[in-house]
Design a protein around this ligand. Structure first.
Ligand SMILES: C[S@@+](CC[C@H](N)C(=O)[O-])C[C@H]1O[C@@H](n2cnc3c(N)ncnc32)[C@H](O)[C@@H]1O
Length: 263
């Protein structure tokens, strides 16, 4: 299996795990819905059909949810396997007319889609695996209309350090803490991890204005699975995640950062 395939598989395992853990995915989905409503603006009453690009959208877990809200989504991804799974998923959901798949690389966006054509561009879990994240974000910006919105989700390194320490994997924790790209070893499937400063800087260097930064999965990966699944704890965990998402003090502990940014 390719390195990118391995990353996607792990990511999907995690997303599947999260489906059984409603508390973890709620913060991100709420953030995405708010960003879509912002893009629709008051004139659209938050309900206008938007043109959305999901860059590195993979098998379309997010694209299908966005399309189900009534938006038109183009998923751009280099993996033919992922796009085949996406097409099956959209057909099953009865959303084939709303989701289009385009095989290609982030740096080819200008050749794949008209410049300035997207109201919203989703870029989730992608900057960690591409060769040149700055070039990917510049291409994303060109695809957005002026004033269009970027939803950027990146893995955060302090959470990885903490998780490795808690798992007793101290050499990997040290590697992730001290290495320039914050990988936990040479076999880490991710090329790099970010923090608030580095992710914000990258987005700003590509010409975006960052309007919000939220943490996702601050506690969910730390809490014992049995507790995360116990009915009475799900609501508490959801409340904890929602409050932590916007706490400046807790932001560094979040597994992922969700940046909202405007072109
Ligand atoms: C970790 S998965 C994230 C999938 C999806 N965005 C999500 O949030 O579930 C990373 C995705 O990036 C895609 N990818 C890898 N290299 C890419 C590139 N150069 N340009 C665009 N997408 C890329 C992979 O095929 C994979 O689908």
């Amino acid at each position: 299996m390719s390195r990118v395939g391995a990353v996607r598989e792990r990511w999907e395992e995690r997303v599947a795990k999260e489906r059984g853990r409603p508390a973890t995915s709620t913060v991100l989905w709420d953030g995405v819905r708010r960003l879509l409503a912002d893009a629709a603006g008051p004139a659209g009453g938050g309900g206008a059909a938007l043109s959305v690009v999901d860059l590195g959208g993979g098998t379309g877990g997010l694209a299908v949810r966005v399309a189900a809200l009534g938006h038109d989504v183009v998923v751009v991804d280099p993996s033919p396997d992922a796009l085949a799974a996406l097409e099956r998923r959209t057909a099953e959901a009865g959303l084939a007319g709303r989701v289009r798949s385009v095989q290609g690389d982030a740096t080819e966006l200008a050749d794949l889609l008209p410049a300035g054509s997207a109201d919203v561009l989703l870029c989730h879990g992608v900057l960690e695996v591409v060769d040149d994240p700055a070039a990917a974000l510049r291409a994303a910006r060109e695809t957005l209309r002026p004033g269009g919105l970027l939803s950027l989700l990146v893995a955060q390194w302090p959470a990885t350090v903490l998780a490795r320490v808690l798992a007793g994997q101290l050499p990997q924790a040290l590697h992730a803490l001290s290495g320039p790209e914050h990988r936990w070893s040479g076999t880490d499937p991710l090329h790099r991890r970010f923090d608030r400063a580095s992710a914000t800087q990258l987005a700003e260097a590509a010409g975006f204005t960052v309007t919000a930064v939220e943490g996702t999965r601050t506690f969910s990966d730390l809490v014992p699975a049995a507790r995360a699944e116990a009915e009475q704890d799900v609501a508490l965990l959801r409340e904890l995640e929602a409050r932590a998402a916007r706490s400046p003090e807790l932001l560094a502990l979040a597994a992922h950062l969700h940046l909202h940014a405007r072109r």
